[in-house]
Ligand binder design. Structure first.
Ligand code: XMP
Length: 510
């Protein structure tokens, strides 16, 4: 693989670290997130255009505060410190950082004091987004202030002769006016970075990489119908054709019409796959199981069994997975990075079967995967599909999974999703679905007392599923969906809407 020159982003635990990496890529330059304690030898070896120190929750003067290796300042590689990143520069090079009397959160007016390539093409005053409790109170020798805000005389600082900069605000967030332009100036005017990141090129390069990596070997992949597995399969198919074997396991826990829908998409894209009907074995094993973790475990094991059989008969040596960059960053154990549940549907398989992993999307963010998908001709409906959990409807039926309950849930969920699409709301919410509760409640329909099941509707706004808020769907819409579900789905007499955020709740009910 050709190693690209990149912008290295040192991660001090900021919630915005991935956003910085994405902004740099949006500007056309490849970026990587690395641990803050990266050694100067490693940096030199990577030969980056520049370094960006991210923000972070710590205070530089605390014991054990994360600080970069001081040798980095002598490499003559341009550095931009953002927020906590600015404070590390000040602290390590001999200035002083203190807890601020007036903490600065939110919008602040930035005033440019000195012309600099960093401000090329920007107005002399603009709004920036601040979020800090500490601030620089004395600059290191040889530093000067380029801009101030009401509360920070040192809102932008610079070394007098070396390309070392610091900004107290967050240029990566959308609330900062000209944030992207300022980053562009740092990349192209200060660091002489070259544009080397474009999705069209990515496809060509990746196809070549996959060919090299796989040689004449055979690759197996499990399609889920989701964006990541679809795009990685299509890309790999373009690279190695029939050496790739895709299977789509129908575990009987899919939504109404899903098998046909997904099959239709794959056919349209010209991606050959084999459907494996494993409904019976899954449902048989789930009989009598109420505990959600136990359900997940059983489904996971059964999936591996089914998949292993297929992989063996195909003679696969490689397993294709749709791992994305955020998973890579998280599993690298970078301090401050969030730890998430790993949702690998085929977890454990690679070691057990001695399969090597092919992960063509491991450098990409989700929106970049969508861009690649678009270029490869993946239909928009697939690219914009809501996430759907590997264990499927089994975790949306609380308690034991029975065939008749699957039917009820499928119908209710179908109505909800269909209406969201009709009302133009589907792409406005991040994820939406119905759950079936294991309780009955009293109702009255046509003078007759009923005692039937409760359906919960869940719709959330989120950016990555890590945190979420309930979607403020219009009352008329909810009313309409409630009416349709109770009238059309036999066995349901009550519909509730979930208004819990995550945290403290989760998105799924399980
Ligand atoms: P929670 O319920 O943890 O869900 O807030 C966060 C997101 O993850 C999805 N999810 C899964 N996705 N396999 C997956 O591929 C799984 O086992 C799984 N479990 C939860 C969930 O739908 C939500 O989008």
């Amino acid at each position: 693989m050709v190693v690209k020159r990149s912008v290295l982003i040192l991660n001090f635990g900021s919630q915005y670290v991935q956003l910085i990496a994405r902004r740099v890529r949006e500007l056309g330059v490849y970026s990587e997130i690395v641990p803050y304690h990266i050694s100067h030898e490693e940096v030199r070896e990577k030969n980056p255009y520049c370094l960006i120190f991210s923000g972070g929750p710590a205070s530089v003067y605390e014991q054990d505060a994360p600080l970069p290796k001081p040798e980095l300042y002598n490499l003559n590689i341009p550095i931009l410190g953002i927020c906590y990143g600015l404070q590390t520069i000040v602290h390590q090079l001999g200035g002083m950082v203190k807890r601020s009397q007036k903490q600065e959160y939110g919008r602040a007016k930035l005033r440019v004091l000195k012309e600099d390539p960093l401000f090329e093409g920007l107005p002399r005053e603009f709004d920036v987004w601040m979020s800090h409790a500490d601030k620089a109170v004395k600059l290191p020798e040889n530093f000067l202030s380029l801009a101030s805000s009401e509360n920070s005389p040192y809102a932008v600082i610079k070394h007098k002769s070396k390309p070392i900069y610091g900004v107290q605000f967050h240029p990566e967030v959308a609330h900062t006016q000209y944030g992207k332009e300022l980053l562009a100036n740092f990349l192209f005017r200060v660091s002489n970075a070259e544009k080397n990141w474009e999705m069209g090129n990515f496809i060509e390069e990746k196809i070549e990489d996959i060919r090299q990596e796989v040689g004449k070997g055979k690759v197996i992949c499990a399609l889920s119908g989701g964006v990541d597995s679809t795009v990685s399969a299509l890309l790999t198919y373009k690279a190695i054709g029939k050496q790739l074997h895709c299977i789509f396991v129908d575990h009987g826990l899919l939504r109404k019409g899903e098998v046909e829908e997904v099959e239709g998409y794959f056919r349209k894209m010209g991606l050959p796959f084999q459907r494996v009907d494993a409904k019976e074995v899954f449902l048989q094993r789930l009989k009598g199981i109420e505990d959600p973790e136990e359900k997940r475990r059983l489904i996971g094991h059964t999936f591996i069994e089914v998949f292993e059989k297929e992989a063996k008969s195909f003679g696969a040596e490689f397993l294709l997975q749709g791992t994305l960059y955020p998973d890579v960053v998280e599993s690298a154990g970078i301090p401050g990075a969030k730890v998430i549940k790993t949702h690998h549907n085929v977890g454990g398989l690679p070691e057990r079967m001695n399969l090597r992993l092919v992960e063509p999307l491991r450098e990409l963010f989700k929106d970049e995967v969508r861009m690649v998908g678009r270029l490869l001709g993946v239909p928009e409906e697939v690219l914009m599909r809501h996430p759907f959990p590997g264990p499927g409807l089994a975790i949306r039926i609380l308690g034991e999974v029975k065939e008749e309950d699957l039917e009820i849930l499928r119908e209710a969920d179908y109505i909800f999703i269909q209406e969201l699409k009709k009302w133009g709301l589907y792409n406005k919410v991040w994820q939406a679905f119905a759950v079936l509760l294991p309780v009955k409640s009293v109702g009255v329909m046509g003078d007759v007392r009923t005692y039937e099941r409760v359906v919960g509707l869940r719709a959330v706004d989120s950016s990555d599923g890590m945190t979420a808020d309930w979607s403020r769907l219009p009352y008329e819409f909810l009313d309409h969906v409630m009416r349709r579900i109770i009238n059309e789905v036999k066995g349901v007499n009550r519909v509730v809407y979930d208004i819990s955020s995550k945290p403290p709740a989760t998105i799924e009910w399980e």
